[in-house]
Design a binder for this molecule. Structure first.
Ligand code: MOS
Length: 735
């Protein structure tokens, strides 16, 4: 090999693919251990009250049952709230599982049955008798709006004079939208296997997006030294935010392991996946005004969301309305209503997935009011700076998304008049929307180690929740070291590896990727230097001629044994570990990903069913490291956006205070038959400011704007503005 071919930009297959499809990849609930005990969680069916007693006698009489843990007999746990605060905690007092006799929401874990077999635990679980003194409760956002209080979130300051500009403008819309609570439900339910080591330390396999977050939580809650707790998550079967915070099965399994000094597994059932965080129900009020050419004169976005009684969950719902378009008169407001429910939780594109429903549906309504094509309205309001922050964007190829997406979709042929295109028994409609998500970077560390056999091992404690991190980090490492991807292994999902942030927010490539790249570049620099020192004839060779391949150092047609080079180094290997942080150049800029999504729907006139036959999603996310895994992220996001538009909602019975459709039979999500053609385009977006990779992340942008585009297409098909999501058959027929 004399010419180096970078792997970045190549659609490399998932490195973890073979292990996953052959069943060799182990998930948290699949680790075996001698004498492993099984826990089953007993949840409260009362939303609010006080536990009077828990009668465990019948459960304990079941052969194989080892213990029933509850607030009165659990091992010691920290008493203060701070111990329970994790890297993604909301403001307030975090929930403390099995802490005391208080019941704060329906579905709250109140006991754990531990048995030698899962079957015994399941049987005994039904025999635990719990008597709760119920108290009055409220779980309905609409019934408690008078309790709304300003969210403890720092919103951008209002700009200009919204009311004056709104009143003075010739064209305006004043509309409200509502969205339901939605639950994450990754294919892999939450689970923790806690392996109790002979020395009393714990080796935990946890379903988490942050191994070190889980480790830190156990350290603080149970007073265990960090060295006594190792948390691993080698594979994660989807998470979407549900694994950002340590979930209660982790605390429960650990409690049982400490109490019994045995290894314990607790896996939640699918129904229990509806007993913790979720995307909160919201009401949104949008007021937009424009001049005769469609230029925005005034924007106000107000959102009200539900939260729990114990934490104020906040996310960025309204901020996008102050940054996506140019407008001088902007006001934003965000309120929370505390209810007797669990705290909501980040869920794919938290905040933006909701806020862009309001903004982008309202933009569609404004386009009609002004008499402009919805795409032309957006083009007329393009801005290349973020007015919320008063900074220019490091890059913003949104106009290219509009143009290329529209062209691929054939948008120019759109019927302007709603309800005018009919094919057979269906009305056909087209809609579009834009999307935006922050391009963040967090501090992260990585380690690179070159062995004498020419293999490069690179590691960081980050996770791969299905996003492609194993693959993409391998590509980044290989390119920085100028090696073949086959000679590089990336290790992740282990709290003992170099510090990394949670995997979330679409910031893993920019954060961990920057650390990986730097570590491998430094390592390569050291190797070149060592080779030049050791072999005098290499002194004048330019660095780019040095390659590591086939287990040897190659410079032109000369070969050198690595073993010889690495001989003098500690352990006979070359190792580099470093931290990467956002660069100083970013300071003066705002960075975000953008999208334009175009949708075709077919609405059955008699049945009211809505089918999405075609989607084009055009994405500007900087440089794409792996077009295949990146496309998969966008595809998943688009499917979920269709789900938000047409299928998903927690059907809460407010007399009982919990979702009734708490399984995948009743909680509707799209199946393959619901999904038509989806095309993903990545537009060119060079950006040497955002980070050294020029990559902005693609985990969230795919879902954003999709639900709005569908709702807009339904309007174009039927002439009905349906502002209460999801758009189900009953609403289409009645609306
Ligand atoms: Mo994502 S909601 O940041 O896992």
């Amino acid at each position: 090999m004399t010419h180096f071919e970078p792997s970045s930009g190549q659609p490399l297959n998932r490195i973890d693919g073979p292990a996953k499809v052959t069943g060799q990849a182990r998930y948290a609930a699949e680790y075996p251990s001698d004498g492993l005990l099984h826990g089953r969680v007993v949840c409260s069916v009362v939303p609010r009250g006080r536990i009077r007693y828990i009668d465990c006698a019948a459960a304990l009489a079941v052969p194989g049952v080892m213990a029933v843990l509850h607030h009165a007999n659990r091992p010691p746990m920290a008493g203060d709230d701070e111990a329970y605060e994790d890297a993604d905690a909301a403001d307030g007092q975090p929930f403390r599982p099995l802490f005391n006799d208080r019941v704060l929401y329906s579905g709250q874990p109140v006991a754990l049955v531990v048995a030698q077999s899962l079957e015994a635990a399941r049987h005994a679980e039904a025999l635990v008798r719990i008597d709760i003194d119920p108290e009055p409760f409220e779980t309905d956002l609409l019934a408690a709006l008078d309790r709304a209080h300003p969210a403890p979130a720092e919103l951008p300051k209002p700009r200009g004079d919204f009311q004056r500009a709104f009143d003075a403008a010739p064209f305006k819309v004043d509309v409200a939208y509502s969205t339901p609570s939605e639950y994450h439900n990754p294919m892999e339910p939450h689970a923790s296997t806690v392996i109790y080591q002979p020395d009393g330390s714990l080796h935990v396999h946890d379903k988490t997006q942050g191994t070190q977050n889980s480790q830190d939580y156990l350290h603080k809650v149970f007073g265990l030294a960090k060295e006594q707790v190792r948390v691993c998550a080698a594979y994660v079967g989807g998470a979407f935010g549900s694994g950002l915070r340590p979930q209660y099965q982790l605390a429960l399994a650990t409690m049982a392991a400490l109490k019994l000094q045995r290894s314990v597994r607790v896996a939640l059932t699918r129904q229990q996946m509806f007993t913790f965080g979720y995307r909160p129900r919201t009401l949104q009020h949008l007021q937009l005004a424009a001049d005769a050419r469609g230029r925005l004169q005034a924007v106000r976005h107000q959102a009200t969301a539900q939260t729990s009684r114990f934490e104020d969950f906040t996310e960025h719902v309204v901020e996008w309305s102050g940054m996506l378009y140019r407008c001088d008169n902007v006001a934003m407001d965000y309120r929370l209503v505390p209810l007797d429910v669990y705290t909501p939780l980040d869920m794919r594109a938290p905040g933006a997935a909701l806020g862009l429903i309001g903004l982008e549906c309202a933009m569609d309504e404004l386009a009609e009011a002004v008499g402009l094509d919805p795409l032309a309205l957006r083009q007329a309001n393009f801005t290349d700076s973020n007015a919320n922050e008063g900074k220019p964007y490091s890059s913003k190829a949104l106009l290219d998304c509009y143009r290329q997406g529209a062209e691929r979709f054939g948008w120019a042929a759109r019927e302007v008049c709603p309800g005018s295109r009919r094919e057979g028994h269906e009305r056909v409609g087209w809609g579009m929307a834009g999307g935006v998500w922050e391009a963040m970077q967090m501090k992260a560390s990585a380690k690179a180690r070159l062995d004498a056999d020419g293999h490069l091992w690179v590691s960081s404690a980050t996770t791969d929740i299905g996003t492609g991190t194993y693959t993409v980090m391998t590509q980044i490492a290989a390119d920085a070291a100028r090696m073949a991807v086959g000679d590089v292994t990336f290790l992740l999902g282990d709290s003992s590896l170099p510090t990394a942030p949670l995997q979330g927010g679409s910031f893993t490539v920019s954060s961990v990727g920057s650390a990986v790249r730097q570590a491998c570049e430094v390592l390569r620099g050291k190797l070149v230097e060592a080779a030049k020192t050791r072999f005098g004839e290499l002194a004048g060779e330019p660095a780019e001629r040095f390659m590591i391949a086939a287990g040897r150092l190659q410079v032109g047609d000369r070969h050198y044994e690595l073993a010889e080079l690495l001989q003098g180094m500690p352990g006979g290997v070359l190792e580099v570990q470093l931290d990467a942080e956002p660069g100083a150049r970013r300071q003066g800029f705002s960075s975000a990903t953008h999208s334009a999504v175009f949708v075709e729907v077919r609405v059955d006139e008699a049945l009211g069913t809505v089918r999405v036959s075609r989607v084009v999603s055009a994405i500007a996310a900087g440089r794409v490291i792996n077009p295949k895994t990146a496309r998969s992220q966008i595809l998943g996001g688009v499917v979920w956006g269709l789900s938000m538009a047409l299928h998903e909602q927690a059907e809460v019975d407010h007399h009982l205070g919990r979702p009734m459709n708490h399984d995948l039979a009743a909680y509707h999500i799209p199946v393959n038959a619901d999904i038509g053609d989806i095309e993903v385009l990545f537009v060119d977006e060079p950006d040497d400011i955002v980070n050294e990779l020029g990559s902005k992340g693609v985990g969230e942008i795919g879902i954003i704007g999709v639900a709005a585009a569908v709702a807009n297409a339904v309007y174009n098909a039927t002439g009905k503005r349906l502002r209460d999501l999801p758009i189900t058959v009953d609403k289409v027929l009645a609306g």
